[in-house]
Design a protein around this ligand. Sequence first.
Ligand SMILES: [Zn+2]
Ligand SMILES: [Zn+2]
Length: 183
Amino acid sequence: MIENLTFNVAQLLKEPIGATRTGQVVAALRRLAPDLAQSEAAPDGAIAGPVRLMHIDNGVLVQGFLTGQVTLPCARCLEPVSVPLDVAVEEIFTSTIDLLTGRVVTPEEEDRALWIDEHHILDLTEVLRQDVLLDVPLHVLCREDCRGLCPTCGENLNEGPCNCEPETDPRWASLAELLKKSE
Ligand SMILES: [Zn+2]
Ligand SMILES: [Zn+2]
């Protein structure tokens, strides 16, 4: 997989307002959101899709729709579960250089993740990182009736009962007492 999260918009910004470019975004989730999974394992998978870049006043409007799959641990049994991921992107990136004069301009936009850098590179990494974190479900189950892990031995109860002693019912316990006495 060849990642692509940056676009050089120098040429686009020289064109009239309203000019567009299309591009393809490919991002590995492992790098984009390593803190995503609750378990130790980083999420596996990628998101990809087309984006459209449009020259607007003072910057570039980016719109795109990315799809992918993310593998997350089941909340009960920790088995990997593949979850579809849809990420809609719509952001305005602001120029920090006046293309005509070459002068540095300080954008009104305070979020530096939305600045086009001095080499006219527009970087979607931070925007996508936030979008992905918002879109990924926090709680996934491998199936609705997942039985989870035995709290005592940790065995996966979907694969059958474990060898742990079943919890003793207090009523049986008193009966056992009686039996012991009568012996
Ligand atoms: Zn499960
Ligand atoms: Zn057990």
